[in-house]
Design a protein around this ligand. Sequence first.
Ligand code: KIV
Ligand code: ZN
Length: 510
Amino acid sequence: MKDKLIIFDTTLRDGEQSPGASMTKEEKVRIARQLEKMKVDVIEAGFPAASPGDFDAVSAVAGAVKESTVCGLARAIENDIRKAGEALKPARLSRIHTFIATSPIHMERKLRMAPEQVLEQAVKAVKWAGEYTDNIEFSPEDAGRSDLDFLCRILEAVIHAGATTLNIPDTVGYSMPEQYGALIRNLRERIPNSDRVIFSVHCHNDLGLAVANSLSAVMNGARQVECTINGLGERAGNAALEEIVMAVRTRQDFFQCDTGIDATQIVQASRLVSGITGFAVQPNKAIVGINAFAHESGIHQDGILKSRETYEIMRAEDVGWSANKLVLGKHSGRNAFRTRLSELGIELSEEALNAAFARFKDLADKKHEIFDEDIQAIASDEAVVSAPEHYRLLFLKVCSETGETPLATVKILDGKFEREGKAEGSGPVDAAFRAIESIAQSESELQLYSVNNITSGTDAQGEVTVRLQKEGRIVNGQGADTDIVVASAKAYIGALNRLRSGLERLNPQL
Ligand code: KIV
Ligand code: ZN
């Protein structure tokens, strides 16, 4: 019998700390439900003391999720811990995760506390958390740069105070795999009663080593990995859940443990997170990138046709890809569309289903072959429209010709009024954005513009992400269409709607 590797997802907390990735309460609940469906063991839903919005979101997730444990983050401060305890009250299974920095640089320059004070505060924090739950996680922040002897002392003390999971964060992504694995081994060997707790790892990807470090820790006895969908997270992100899960599953010859994750839900989770945050997944991203299972070279294709295992170590369908199956066409009806959505595990409200079906018909007119990926893109677009739709694209015409300046004409519903704008630009997309701005006058700054193809071929839908910044608020918008200028205009308008709605929180984390 192999050990269980606990999957702790922190997309809704550390993932949300990515600039521009902040989510509304409803969006968090939607993602949490997908994580629960995927059988994630622990969902870190947020940082309740950070803001009333975060408190509400953690409470809402706690009320919505029944199978996974819902966790709230708290600094080692009484008020934070009480807020987390209160926010988690609706949860069937709850955990409080408290942390304090232990590296010399953090203790001296950030906390301005002596190591003994830090130790004392950590013990108090675990005891306060114990008033709410007996499922308590403690993290010595910046453990990767902390002194081993001090780590051993503080961790021994928090076990004694009631901590049940000890999480060892490589907060700044500085560790090397061998070193980090050895750290976990040393802590397990040196701390009295270490066999009574679960050792957890939380790695950041600043040097691109988050997954490697996490797996090295697992090889050395860690039995919980903290990770995020698509590797979303502070700065360069956290270890990607999909990579951890599939590495452990694919190399069962190597690992002494396995997860309980339903991997067939991975692609859906990836799409949902990408749709909600507006963070596109790079095409060559392991497991969830559009090219992750595509074989381009003739030699590879020939090998695959003769025997799949020649070039494939995993099956695309095992992580939720549908093998680019042609599923529906122009003549498919609403029922067939609804059935395919439910086969893909997507549930939409009646209103969203109607809107999605109309978009599907529209797409089927332009594109002969509709794949599951197209349907998923349409559905996640409809499912994530959470900002009230103040602006809506009604019409777009762009004239673009070699040697001429592109000119865009756009008609937009602006509240109740139909308005028209015209503008020139350095390219068709630039002209379209300027035409929209001539109406909206948002005075926002474009921070990111990216285009990805959803399926292959020149008739594929382009999925555009636009990120706007105004007065410290950062919002994303996404749009998909076979015409990338239209997709761009939709994405821009989506971002404007979010900017206007005020749904984004300025500082989701403290
Ligand atoms: O990276 C980090 O140290 C964290 C802690 C709060 C666990 O996110
Ligand atoms: Zn972190």
